[in-house]
Design a protein around this ligand. Sequence first.
Ligand code: TYM
Length: 331
Amino acid sequence: MAISLSGIKPTGKLTLGNYIGALRNFKAMQEDYENFIFIADLHALTLPIDPIELKTNTLDIVAFYLAAGLDPEKTTIFLQSDVSEHSELNSIIQNYLYMGELSRMTQFKDKSRKLNDSAIGLGLFAYPALMCADIILYNADIVPVGEDQKQHVELCRNLVHRFNTRYGKEIFKMPEPVIPKVGARIMSLSDPTKKMSKSDPKGDIFLKDDLNIIRKKIMSAVTDTGNEILFDKENKPGISNLLTIYSALKNKTIEESVQEFSNLHQYGEFKKMVANAVLDELGPFQTRYKEIISNRKYINEVLEKGAIRAKKIAHKTLIKVKKTVGLYVHE
Ligand code: TYM
C-alpha cells in the first residue's frame, strides 16, 4: 500500500483554510493509503509561543483530526515530539541542504521579514530540513498539503534526489505533494488578496468560532463592486474566494458553482448560501470536536498507540540512513 503523510503545526487557531486545504483531505487518504498524520509540535517552536497555548493547540489538533473522521485504527496519529527519530534524522539531513536554497523559501522570507535579524531563530531558517525528515522517515509517496507548503515538499524532493545520487541507491522514496484542485489557497475574508492564516486573525474563520460569528464573518466578507457571481481572482478576489470555499465544501468544480449561481445577481443571497455550506460542515464537526476534547483519556490513548506505531517505522529508516552515511550501528 502506498504511503500518505501530512501534519499541522499547533500555532494559533486552526482556520477554515487549514480545514479545506488540508484537514478534510486527510480522511480521504486513510481508505487508499497507509496514512500517517501528525502534529508538528517541534515546528511550533520555530517562532515564540506561549507554553500553555502550545499545549492547548496540540490537544485541539488531535481532537480536530478525530472530529474530521480520522480513524486511529486506520491512520497513525502522533506527536512529532514523541518520535525522537524526527530530530535525529533532521540532524543528519540538514547537512545535505544548503543555506542558499533555504534562504529562498517563501515562508522563511515572509516570517523573518516581520522579525529583527537578531530575533530570527535558527529553527525558523532550518524549518524545511525537519519537515523533510518528517516526510522521508515514513517513506511517504504522497504529501497532501495546501499550496503554501508545496515549496517545502519540492525542496525535500531535491534533497531526496541529492541524497540518493550521492549514495548511489534509492535510500529515500521520492515524495509527491498533493494539492487540492479547489481550495489549495483559501484567502482572508477581510482582505481576499491575502492568505487566510492562523497567525493573522483578521478575516479568518476559526474552526472553533461560534456558528453565529462564522455566519456574520461570511456575510460581511469583503466583496467587489458589481453583482455577478463570477470566478475572476484578479478582478473579483472576494467573490472568487467565496466560490472556492463553497465549491470545496460541496465537492463541486468552480464551473459547476458558477453555473449554479448564474441567475443570482445578489451578493447577499450568495453569501447566505456560502454561510449555509460552511455551517453545514462545521456544525457537526464542532459537535464531534467538543465530545472528543473533553475525553483526555481517549486522546492520550490515541497518541500513545500512534507514537508506538510511528516509532517502529521511523526507527527502521533512521538505522538505514545511519548505515548509509557510515555512522557505526552496533546491533
Ligand atoms: P500549517 O500548520 O501552516 O498548515 C497546515 C496545512 O494547512 C494548509 N493551509 C491552507 N490551505 C489552504 N488555504 C489556506 N489559507 C491555508 N493555510 C494553511 C497548509 O498548506 C498545510 O497543508 N509545515 C507544515 C506542517 C508540517 C508538514 C510536515 C506538512 C510539518 N512537517 C510534513 C506535511 C508534511 C505547516 O506549517 O503547515
